[in-house]
Design a protein around this ligand. Structure first.
Ligand SMILES: [Zn+2]
Length: 231
């Protein structure tokens, strides 16, 4: 299934663990959607407050730097809103608390489609990436029924059904998008993560990866996802 025939959402939300995860995983598609008028929100479970090799960098300072980098990267892509849940980097756990926080973000942002990290990916060794995917999926399910987290449903907040999910970082893609026109935005967004992208070789690897993905479908560059339609 290619982009042709894919009904664009009006609103999309990407739920992920760390600043830069979405840039690596789905940002060329995010930019493509944004160019076509989709309102995109980023929801980050951590602000990456342990992602440094600098022994003198304090976690709170690093979180501020990385939130700024994330806003800059999102700005390149056309992301409109940012939700920072500010849990500690490296310590995410699947919990009812986390599920409730993601559920609330979904009920507030009301996306028609959610991007998140594929929690079923085999040999996904980063615990935060696994947890982000699980909590995003669990939050999607919780958000749709009014008896889940009913204490959230006041001041106009109502339950919300997300009908479609795109899992990135997947080993089993079943949909792809032609991102030939937005790869430059993806690379520019990655470059905005100045504290993380120390080796420019990674940028070339991302171009190569997109080219390899695209080659299978006769495209210059593509991003692949596991696409789920929820009943
Ligand atoms: Zn990450």
């Amino acid at each position: 299934m290619a982009r042709d025939g894919f009904e664009l959402p009006k609103r999309a939300m990407a739920v992920f663990a760390h600043p830069d995860d979405a840039e690596f995983g789905c940002s060329a598609t995010v930019a493509l959607f944004a160019e076509m008028g989709v309102h995109v929100t980023y929801c980050l479970l951590t602000s990456g407050n342990k992602g440094t090799h600098d022994a003198h960098m304090a976690p709170d300072d690093l979180a501020q730097i990385r939130e700024k980098e994330q806003r800059d990267a999102g700005g390149v892509l056309g992301v409109k809103d940012f939700v920072f849940l500010r849990h500690d980097d490296g310590e995410l756990e699947v919990s009812m608390e986390m599920r409730g926080e993601v559920c609330r973000a979904i009920r507030e942002c009301r996306p028609d489609l959610v991007f998140t990290q594929d929690p079923w990916r085999p040999y996904q060794i980063h615990p935060d990436h696994r947890v982000a995917g699980w909590c995003a999926m669990d939050g999607v399910i919780a958000a749709r029924d009014h008896l889940f987290f009913p204490e959230q449903l006041r001041d106009g907040l109502t339950h919300h059904r997300v009908p479609r999910v795109l899992l990135f970082g997947t080993a089993e893609p079943n949909i792809w998008f032609d991102v030939s026109g937005t790869m430059d935005k993806k690379i520019a967004a990655l470059k905005a993560h100045v504290s993380q992208i120390r080796n420019p070789g990674v940028l070339e690897r991302m171009r190569g990866f997109a080219a390899t993905t695209g080659r299978a479908w006769g495209l210059e560059a593509a991003e692949g996802f596991r696409y789920l339609e929820l009943g």
